[in-house]
Design a protein around this ligand. Structure first.
Ligand code: CP
Length: 338
């Protein structure tokens, strides 16, 4: 029987958290285990100082609410500190290279988290840094969102289903969040569908990651523009159709391509023929576009739990990549046995 206080890999098997494709299922389950154990412990009134005197440098090339706040609160709750290095606040870009920034931050901080415009930037940061680097979103993927999302899905599993029986449908554009949801759900052997216009489907290169996961862990990965694919969905997930980057396709074009067919509204929930279907959104949302108010604020929505689980996940990630996840579990066990 699984011991809730013992990780399969008691020390991290990778220095950095850039892409969940680098991790096998047991490593992902370890991060979920420490994240959810710490959540339960803190919610029951416990305190942990496992990251005492640890510093996290947070580089942001773009705006952020959830990622920024969840990392800062996670570090503070566990006895550490986070530095918000907002756009324009450090020399990166204008006067200093990514590599030099990485080397300097690694001399002063224990962990680095970076939200970058281009994936190559976070890869280079990790290569040059001697301390762990966590990818806080790039134009390719959003692995910290993945961890919060998979915890949310496991929190809201249908009562009659094992996790590898659930069907997760991402509706809309092939954003990095869509790619990431595909990567993490197939890593756990779930059934993933990308439902959207054919010219906005995930690329074959990205789908091949899911196909390899299906070979290893079971489940399935599909793309479709046929609304019949919605039937039996346990989770409907969407993301904004535009607005992530400045120089992208205009709003009018996205509205023409996605609206109204790919808007998650009450009719789409009904098309699942599942009265218990759950709705997820990484947020922020463009209300009235990819999702209606009635769905986002309605009884099927778990989007607010999902937002809170960004904090659940960041605590686990900081502990895991700080090399002290097993220490945190040992401390929780010790305090519970007192
Ligand atoms: N979902 C997400 O990453 O939100 P922020 O952009 O506010 O961090």
């Amino acid at each position: 029987m699984d011991n809730p206080y013992v990780l399969t890999h008691q020390t991290p098997t990778h220095k950095d958290y850039i892409d969940t494709t680098d991790f096998d299922q047991s490593e992902i389950l370890d991060i979920i285990k420490v994240s959810t154990a710490v959540r339960s412990f803190l919610k029951s009134g416990g305190t942990l100082e496992t990251l005492y005197h640890q510093n996290l440098a947070m580089i942001f090339e773009q705006k952020s609410t959830r990622t920024r706040v969840s990392f800062e609160v996670a570090m503070e709750q566990l006895g550490g500190h986070a530095l918000n290095l907002a756009p324009g606040a450090i020399q990166l870009g204008a006067h200093e290279t990514i590599g030099d920034t990485a080397k300097v931050l690694a001399r002063m901080c224990n962990l680095i988290m970076a939200r970058v415009d281009r994936h190559a930037s976070v890869v280079e940061l990790a290569e040059k840094s001697t301390v762990p680097v966590i990818n806080g979103m790039s134009d390719y993927n959003h692995p910290t969102q993945e961890m919060g999302d998979i915890i949310t899905i496991l929190d809201h599993l249908p009562a009659d289903k094992a996790w590898n029986d659930v069907k997760v449908v991402f509706v809309g554009d092939c954003t990095q969040v869509c790619a990431s949801l595909m990567m993490i759900t197939t890593k756990l052997g779930m059934n993933f569908v990308h439902y959207g216009p054919q010219d906005k489907w995930l690329s074959d290169d990205i789908l091949n990651i899911g196909r390899a996961n299906v070979q290893q862990y079971g489940g399935s990965v599909q793309v479709s523009d046929d609304p019949a694919i919605l039937k039996g969905a346990d989770f409907l997930y969407t993301d904004v159709w535009y607005g992530l980057y400045d120089n992208e396709t205009p709003k009018e074009v996205y509205m023409r391509d996605f609206y109204p067919k790919y808007q998650v509204n009450d009719e789409m929930l009904a098309a699942t023929e599942n009265p218990n279907v759950k709705f997820m959104h990484c947020l922020p949302a463009n209300r009235g576009e990819e999702v209606t108010d009635s769905v986002l604020d309605g009884p099927h929505s778990v989007a607010w739990d999902e937002a809170e689980n960004r904090l659940t996940a960041q605590r686990g990630l900081c502990l895991y990549f700080g090399g002290v996840a097993q220490d945190a579990l040992n401390e929780i066990k010790r305090q519970k046995e007192e």
